[in-house]
Design a protein around this ligand. Structure first.
Ligand code: PLP
Length: 386
């Protein structure tokens, strides 16, 4: 069987592994050295030095990440925010304008609203569900269209094919944050996105024990981002990179279990008398279900809900669940529950939060890999108390 035809489970286990590995090791070891001997004539960016993202452990991780997403090349970064900022600062220059989906991760939103202007960049938030509205937001200096695959925390799935078509037509760089979907559920480069990036802190690592990010694209694009990152200083330490590479080995198994748990929990919650609303693209009643079904091979492990009793009932639910940890972040093997208005979106102004529906009564759940039956039973007992 040709390597190119391996399915994601096989790629996740084997990609990047040397055969034979150093000293015969089955797994690639950690090269923790900051610097390596230099060959005459080596250019600055190719010196093997950790900040330059060029040491053996970093190159190994890059190969694994690229293979997982079917990308030509990958770059690991010190966080998801470093991946996002290095990408924006690579493809935009002073005077450029970008279109951005109106419901972005809080940190990305805050970077644009608090720093873009100082950097000479401008932006317009557009409704990523309404392709007809995009043309009027275009300007002669528009260069980029930035969206997410599944938005946080309302779990909307933007019109991603139309984003790519529009970007092609208008010669914009199409960039997507695919943290929520992971490459198990979505392959953005295969539908024509130019660049994708992740907070690898979430599903790629999957164990809530490191912060990292990555950028994926063609070799030429990744080289450009690497040069920016080399100057910004956002490289990932090889020890954290080792943990990330290890986490990715079980990515397919974990994400499939998380998809199944979220679907089971969403279906249960949707029929419960105390629940006002469940946001999960896998439910037939979700407004984006039809195109999400066509784009994604799984609907993800994230859902959000509102209770009939509003914010006070939301707080009682958080106090009554026994399995989930009450904590922000997502994508780990343990189920987490949080109120986004008080965690991931707390940095935003209230009026911005309200505009995108992140009100105090909203509860977000990141499903882990526990038994679906245990999760449903736990929410059943907690809902009886709210
Ligand atoms: C969708 C999304 N993108 C980016 C980030 C930023 O990632 P990090 O915390 O790894 O910098 C997050 C973090 O929650 C996220 O949820």
């Amino acid at each position: 069987m040709d390597k190119a035809t391996y399915r994601i489970e096989t790629v996740a286990v084997h990609s990047g592994e040397r055969r034979p590995g150093p000293e015969g090791s089955v797994i690639f070891p950690i090269y923790q050295g900051t610097v390596f001997s230099i060959e005459p004539g080596t250019g600055y960016h190719d010196i093997q030095y950790i900040r330059l993202n060029s040491t053996p452990s970093q190159r190994y991780l890059h190969e694994r990440l690229a293979a997982l997403e079917g990308a030509e090349a990958a770059l690991a970064t010190s966080s998801g925010m470093a991946a996002m900022t290095a990408t924006i600062l690579t493809f935009l220059k002073k005077g450029d304008h970008l279109l951005a989906g109106s419901c972005l991760y809080g940190g990305t939103h805050d970077f644009l609203t608090q720093h873009a202007e100082d950097l000479g960049l401008s932006y317009t938030f557009v409704d990523d569900q309404s392709p007809d509205s995009w043309k009027q937001a275009l300007r002669p200096d528009t260069r980029m269209f930035l969206v997410e695959t599944i938005t946080n925390p309302l779990m909307r799935v933007p019109r991603l094919r139309q984003v790519v078509e529009f970007a092609r037509q208008e010669r914009l760089t199409a960039i997507v944050d695919i943290t929520f979907a992971s490459p198990v559920n979505f392959r953005p480069l295969s539908i024509g996105f130019d660049v994708s990036f992740h907070s690898a802190t979430k599903y790629l690592n999957g164990h809530s024990d490191l912060v990292a990010g990555c950028v994926l694209s063609s070799r030429a694009n990744v080289d450009r981002v690497r040069r920016t990152l080399n100057l910004l200083g956002g490289s990932l330490d090889p020890h954290a990179g080792f943990l990330l590479a290890r986490g990715t080995k079980t990515l397919a198994l974990r994400v499939r279990a998380q998809n199944a748990n979220a679907l089971a929990l969403a279906r249960f919650l949707a029929t419960h008398a105390r629940i006002k609303e469940v946001n999960y693209p896998g439910l037939e009643t979700h407004p984006d279900h039809a195109h999400a079904r066509e784009l994604l091979s799984g609907f993800g492990g994230m859902l959000s809900l509102r209770l009939k009793g509003g914010a006070a009932a939301a707080e009682r639910l958080l106090a009554a669940v026994r399995i989930p940890f009450v904590a922000p972040s997502l994508g780990g093997v343990e189920t987490l529950i949080t109120q986004p208005a008080k965690s991931s979106h707390a940095g935003m102004k209230r009026e911005d939060r309200d505009r995108i529906g992140v009100t105090d009564d909203l509860v977000r759940v990141s499903c882990g890999i526990e038994s679906a039956d245990d999760l449903v039973e736990d929410f059943r007992q907690a809902l009886a108390k709210v």
